[in-house]
Ligand binder design. Sequence first.
Ligand code: ADP
Ligand code: ASP
Ligand code: MG
Length: 407
Amino acid sequence: MSLIVQKYGGTSVGTIERIRAVAHKVAAARTRGDDLVVVVSAMSGETNRLIALANQISEMPSPRELDVLVSTGEQVTIALLAMALEELGCEARSYTGSQIRILTDSAHTKARIEAIDVERMRADLAAGRVVVVAGFQGVDGEGNITTLGRGGSDTTGVALAAALNADECQIYTDVDGIYTTDPRVVSSARRLDRITFEEMLEMASQGSKVLQIRAVEFAGKYQVPLRVLSSFTEGNGTLITLDDEDDMEKPLVSGIAFNRDEAKLTVLGVPDVPGVAYRILGPISEANIEVDVIVQNVAQDGTTSLTFTVHRNEMKKALRVLEGLQESLGATSITTDDRIAKLSLVGVGMRSHAGVAARMFRALAEHNINIQMITTSEIKITVVVDEKYLELGARALHTEFELDATV
Ligand code: ADP
Ligand code: ASP
Ligand code: MG
């Protein structure tokens, strides 16, 4: 008998019919003899709907109240799923994050899990019940409801699996596994049977929202066997592996990730003296704005310009900080651009092979795609390009690195 944590995403519980279908899947696994803890998201669209309601009241709603509001989405689906299970004669109990005591810090809307009380779940499992837990939410030390960031139900699933020492954490979604790139954007994308944690972490952090980054971090840290599968079709999905096989054997590129969530800010014409980057990025960081890609260039006239990217939601805030600094920096101007996209190649095979970057840049050049910024890590090369070339670039790279599915 195994202990399995299953997580079902928003589309998978998007209608009453689908909740019933999930209940059948859970009940079938239970009949096979497994112990089950099931984490569910809100019905698809519900979290967005709730956020839009809050925005009708306030441009910047209190993060604490936002958490009270958005956590209701998951409270609906846990109750409905538990009812659907009971209808099938499968004993079940639903719990919110605070009832199960998923203890987090107090960083509302992006809280981190600190501890999970497993006693209650263990008692239910021992009594033969399926435990249904609300994803995405927790409670802080003072009893305030918190949420874990968009897509956070993945993290709830993996964290419960880690705390319970489960045999596997299964993430059920609307695609049948992890693909070489988003199959909704590149139709020739190919499903992978396996991908390493390291690669999955880069894919997630570069924009593949199929798994929340923190879920992958958790799974790697606590060595939780993690699998992504379809709620709608049978199959083994994709296993995320703690692989230490020889990188030489690995394909050069395992996947392509992209995102349109960032914006670019440039400070131009600053006298080129030591400390410029610090004087610009120090105040940005003090304003709690996360910076991603950074490029600094010295011009022939001896001035320097610094360009960096931030989340699009924070572009205006970053611009205000820079405007406050412009005079003291002696900068000639500040520009912004939110029509950019990030395109990344990910693969552990890059570690042992040279020339990947040149090949990437050539493929983009052949499609007349201008590269605005470049950043690399051991197993990743990222470029910033004009947003309108994102899909073309993703397809070009997918073909260049021989990732296309053979039909
Ligand atoms: P859920 O609601 O189940 O959490 P998400 O929408 O968060 O589902 O994640 C699934 C989606 O992730 C897919 O529909 C797909 O469009 C997208 N996606 C992005 N990159 C990939 C990838 N490399 N492999 C598979 N799906 C991906
Ligand atoms: N319902 C939350 C969201 O839409 C959490 C999740 O689905 O994982 O972000
Ligand atoms: Mg998701």
